[in-house]
Design a binder for this molecule. Sequence first.
Ligand SMILES: Cc1cc2nc3c(=O)[nH]c(=O)nc-3n(C[C@H](O)[C@H](O)[C@H](O)COP(=O)(O)OP(=O)(O)OC[C@H]3O[C@@H](n4cnc5c(N)ncnc54)[C@H](O)[C@@H]3O)c2cc1C
Length: 320
Amino acid sequence: MKQKIAVIGAGVAGAMAARGLAEAGARVTVFDKGRSVGGRLAQRRHDGAIFDHGAQFIRPRDPVLTRILEAGIAAGVVARWRAAETDGRPVYVGKPAMATPLKLLLAEVPVETNCRIVRLARDTAGWWLEDEGDIHHGAFDAVVIAIPPGQAGALLATIGDSAPAELVAATERARLAPCWALLLAFDPPLYLAGFDAKRLDGGPIAWIARNTSKPGRAGRDSWTVHASPEWSTTHLEEPAETVASLLLEAFFAATGARPVQPRHSEAHRWRYALVTEPVGEAALFDAKSGLGLCGDWCLDGKIEAAFISGRALVKLMRDQ
Ligand SMILES: Cc1cc2nc3c(=O)[nH]c(=O)nc-3n(C[C@H](O)[C@H](O)[C@H](O)COP(=O)(O)OP(=O)(O)OC[C@H]3O[C@@H](n4cnc5c(N)ncnc54)[C@H](O)[C@@H]3O)c2cc1C
């Protein structure tokens, strides 16, 4: 491939697409609105505490992904998280952060962070990407859009009727549920047996994890709590402080721990967190326009789905 290609979004799907296209010979530039790569593989640090407040772990079925993760262990950027291995299948985490392997994957690919793309335009030279600072990036022969469906649809809308109908329809078909995350740090540490990695059913909380139980996360005793999709939807527009105090109460009720004042408590809203209705195709590419779509929402709400989707888009673009 001799093409110049832009990839919008440096989550798992965008990173896989960018790496695959670069390996195929394309000149690739990645753009992401975030401060770093990873998207929903986010990690935050505060006052000596480390929180993985997005994706918690990878439990792969795909043999290629499993091989890459095992190679990541040898490279020191992936580790098994035994506390979450409940059904005999291996569970992996990035080390020291979920996104660390992606950084390695993108080491040779130019990435523009803090760069939100707000408009697409095409002229005789190719595709131009306009960021929110009115800077125009381009021209590119093809554009990979690797961002959640609502945002992808909004970008496609900026080219009006020339947006490929099949791509627009896919962005309209997919649905994601929100997730409120509560980040807690305790000093002295909270000693709780059985909650290093715990899924819960039926109440406001769907997941509790002691972040410090993951390999490579030393530091202050820190916890990630995820509210259920139902609870998160009901409380979506409430202030973060209100959500933090409701979820803290629910955390003590669910764990049976004696309520104490956390050293740190903070709620983070994921407006587009978990895929509830996927498109049902691994990726989409419109050869006529040179526009492609990938992301977990094409297949399923998991890191593995984003991985497969990014790779599938590379195959579609190479086979065109
Ligand atoms: C709370 C939570 C818990 C989860 N737990 C797990 C788990 O335990 N295991 C698991 O397998 N999966 C989990 N997931 C799902 C997993 O995180 C996703 O499936 C996966 O990370 C999606 O990757 P992606 O590349 O498709 O999208 P994203 O990670 O969303 O990447 C999209 C990227 O696009 C960027 N972007 C968006 N709009 C623009 C724009 N206009 N211009 C430039 N950049 C833009 C964003 O900054 C982001 O970096 C969880 C998700 C959440 C939110």
